[in-house]
Design a protein around this ligand. Structure first.
Ligand code: NAG
Ligand code: NAG
Ligand code: NAG
Ligand code: NAG
Ligand code: NAG
Length: 725
């Protein structure tokens, strides 16, 4: 009896509008699926054109070229005798839909449009597509002539239907439909669909990888059946990194899954399942059976094809496996590194230029590049020809064979400490040591003369000489003197990035890397157009706390002892003169809040949707052991004041790898005004009223209980020290 089925799921690193590359990768995945003996291959969402085409979905070219690629797939000899399901945009009755196209032996069986659009987070699908609202209905779709001429079909079914083979029934759920509370798989499962395919374009965020696995396990635990989740992986031209982690689940168990981060462009996973296991499982869920018997039915597209071979295969049935999630520090070591790799090879540049100050942020960026070098070398050692040919192209060396990560890092990464007479010996030394331990091509440049020359221009014109605060200058002067140093670093970075490969006898230029973290962006603790302005920023979506976690991890993993010193040093911008040779400025003092507090503000503002008033109300509870209501009010107001006056900096935030749910990135993720009434007069009055109310309640309570309130006052005044407003 034939009932064993081999299913193949592709994870692809597609690129928006790269129709050539996307077609090749799809074909390669079909080839691999056939080599594994699979009867069915499914792939990720919009795999033909790439997910992030965005406003190119308004262009008819995008639809035309997608059909052209589909045509090539239809006629490819490779695609014979295997049921294939691919993703592309299709216009039906002048409405654009995000679709799956299911075909077999040069015939299109079904076009299945996505039902629900996703508009959360970085998604804006309903800007380009509409959801198909005619549930359990199909219409005739008139095929373009070029397709009709090879399939011999004029019309094919378009809509919410399922595929019925001789041995089983397959249904489709596209991405958002899985997260939706009314997931399609529930109704389909009750109507006898045994295999659900979910094509997705799901991107990475720290600590979120378990969610998809959970959804998929839960979906099949309740409904029984086989769930196939197929995802994109990589940077397809945007700030997000698609999360990989495609998987196959059966009756609540994971059978196989693909890697979350990898340089590999095509990964196919397979599982052999026994259809009888689905039937037995479902039949034992008695309440499900009773419910199913009364449920309405999906239109079925009948095809004369079986997924299971005539004679039973001797292949063993796949057994459940445990999903091993990466820890957040591993996610930081791998995710941004893979994103950088995609960006580097696709941008056609020759490497990276990084201003390296020896602090946590720029050191983390350097170490992410170093981690990328490790991944490149590992992939080449595992025989990945594509990675080898890509690195040869990047280095303009057709015979290059990498040996050590540090040797590769030397070719790819130029680091530069841009110091002044007022930089401390310690940071300069830390930067040099880190560079030596990872192998980057390191330089020290003194920028004092550029600073004084620029100031001279100002003084010649105005006759005035700005001074540091320590020398009696006002706050404006003090800040201007810091900013001029910071901005000159950006100018020099671009100069060196453009010419360093010329100096080193190679063609091309370098990408400038930025390294401002997510908390600094939120608080606006950065100089606009300083060296936080760069081509790309791998750590712009990561908090200081997580960067420290990451550094401690790579210190051991890559054996880089200097990281110990970098992590334990106080974060400082070093833009103010030293006091007796010591650092006079630390970031947390400068900002008037700690990084831990910033993370708390960030999460409440973005993820919990708090304005000043509700943020106060939440924090007054959470922080009740450490701060009085008045202190909490001061902190919240200080944060919102800083946030408001600095929000304009978010409009020019360097494109950063998206990975933090509270990212303030104005360009895609966190849409807000950038001109605020920064005293929040209405909102802050509400806080003040609440503080007063809380104080009066507290006082009433204290006097009632008649406790020793001196001790309490004492503790309040103690916590007051160290708050900088
Ligand atoms: C399909 O995948 C998406 C994730 O991209 C998820 O939101 C959706 O819920 C999935 N469907 C099911 C039934 O798991
Ligand atoms: C899946 O089920 C488990 C166990 O019932 C539950 O803890 C978890 O929250 C569920 N996950 C999702 C994403 O629904
Ligand atoms: C997952 O699929 C791949 C590709 O077919 C296969 O080599 C591997 O053994 C599978 N893993 C499991 C746990 O079945
Ligand atoms: C370094 O500090 C000194 C002393 O405060 C100051 O006069 C000088 O301008 C500073 N140098 C730079 C480049 O800012
Ligand atoms: C708050 O800002 C507005 C607009 O900038 C200004 O008109 C108003 O006087 C300010 N209120 C206070 C209390 O400072």
């Amino acid at each position: 009896m034939g009932r064993k089925v081999i299913i193949a799921v592709a994870t692809l690193n597609q690129w928006a509008l790269d129709f050539d590359g996307n077609r090749e990768r799809i074909l390669e995945s079909i080839l691999e699926a056939k080599e594994y003996g699979a009867a069915f291959r499914t792939g990720p969402e919009l795999e033909i054109c790439g997910y992030s085409c965005e406003d190119h979905f308004y262009e008819s070219d995008t639809f035309l070229h997608s059909w052209e690629v589909l045509l090539e797939l239809l006629v490819a000899p490779l695609c014979k005798d295997i049921l294939i399901d691919v993703g592309m945009p299709i216009m039906h009755k002048n409405v654009a839909y995000n679709c799956r196209v299911v075909f077999l032996n040069q015939k299109i069986l079904l076009i299945r449009p996505k039902l629900y659009m996703c508009d959360d987070g970085n998604y804006r699908e309903s800007r380009w597509f509409s959801g198909w609202r005619k549930l359990r209905q199909t219409e005739d779709y008139h095929l373009p002539r070029m397709i009709a001429s090879v399939t011999g079909q004029n019309v094919v079914p378009f809509g919410d239907a399922v595929i019925s083979t001789k041995d089983t029934c397959i249904g489709f759920e596209v991405c958002e439909e899985l997260w939706n509370p009314e997931s399609s798989h529930i109704a389909m499962g009750l109507d006898g669909v045994e295999i659900f395919c979910n094509a997705s374009g799901s991107y990475t965020e720290l600590r979120k990888a378990y969610i998809v696995a959970d959804l998929v396990k839960n979906a099949t635990y309740k409904s029984g059946g086989c769930y196939i989740f197929s995802n994109l992986r990589g940077c397809d031209g945007q700030r997000i990194y698609f999360n990989g982690a495609s998987c196959i689940a059966l009756n609540g168990n994971i059978l196989n899954y693909s890697k979350q981060f990898a340089l590999q462009e095509v990964e196919v996973i397979t599982a052999t399942i026994d259809l009888e296991d689905i039937r037995a499982y479902r039949n034992s869920l008695r309440s499900r059976s009773h419910l199913a018997s009364e449920k309405p039915c999906y239109p079925r597209i009948i095809t004369d094809f079986s997924l299971s071979p005539e004679h039973d295969t001797t292949l063993p049935i796949a057994t459940p496996i445990e999903w091993k999630y990466l820890r957040p520090e591993e996610e930081i070591a791998q995710g941004p590194a893979c994103w950088l790799w995609d960006y580097l090879r696709r941008s056609g540049q020759g490497g990276f230029f990084l201003p390296l100050s020896g602090g946590v942020d720029s050191s983390s960026t350097a170490l992410i590049v170093y981690s990328m070098c490790h991944m490149v070398i590992n992939s080449i050692h595992q025989g990945d020809e594509k990675v080898l040919s890509d690195i040869r192209k990047i280095l303009a060396d057709p015979d290059y064979i990498p040996t050590q990560p540090s040797e590769l890092c030397n070719r790819l990464l130029v680091t530069c400490y841009m110091g002044t007479e007022n930089s401390s010996k310690e940071t300069k030394q830390r930067a040099a040591t880190l560079a030596a331990q990872i192998g980057s091509y390191h330089m020290y440049i003194a920028i004092d003369r550029a600073v004084s020359a620029t100031l001279e221009i100002f003084s010649t014109v105005t006759g005035l000489f700005p001074k540091y605060a320590t020398k009696g200058g006002c706050a404006r002067q003090n800040l201007a003197l810091q900013n001029i140093q910071a901005r000159l670093r950006m100018v020099l970075s671009y100069l060196f990035a453009q010419l360093m490969l010329w100096v080193r006898g190679r063609p091309g230029g370098l990408l400038v890397l930025g390294s401002a973290n997510v908390d600094e962006a939120l608080r606006g603790y950065m100089t606009k157009y300083d060296c936080s302005s760069a081509d790309i920023n791998p750590i712009g979506g990561i908090s200081k706390t997580d960067l420290r976690l990451f550094l401690n991890y790579v210190k051991e993993k890559f054996n880089i002892p200097i990281i110990g010193e970098i992590v334990s040093a106080l974060p400082t911008a070093e833009l103010e003169p030293l006091c007796d040779g010591q650092i006079a400025q630390t970031d947390e003092e400068d900002m008037g809040m700690t990084y831990a507090e910033l993370s708390a503000f960030g999460k409440l503002r973005k993820q919990e949707k708090c304005g000043p008033f509700s943020m106060y109300c939440k924090l007054v509870q959470t922080w009740s052991n450490s701060y009085s209501p008045k202190e909490v009010a001061e902190k919240v107001k200080h944060f919102f004041r800083c946030y408001a006056i600095n929000r304009h900096k978010m409009t020019v935030l360097t494109p950063a790898y998206h990975t933090e749910g509270y990212s303030p990135d104005d360009n895609r993720y966190d849409h807000r005004p950038f001109l605020y009434r920064a005293n929040w007069s209405w909102q802050f009055r509400a806080i003040d009223k609440q503080v007063e109310y809380q104080l009066s309640v507290q006082q009433a309570a204290t006097s009632r209980i008649n406790k020793n309130c001196n001790r309490k006052l004492d503790s309040v005044s103690r916590t007051r020290t160290g708050i900088h407003v």
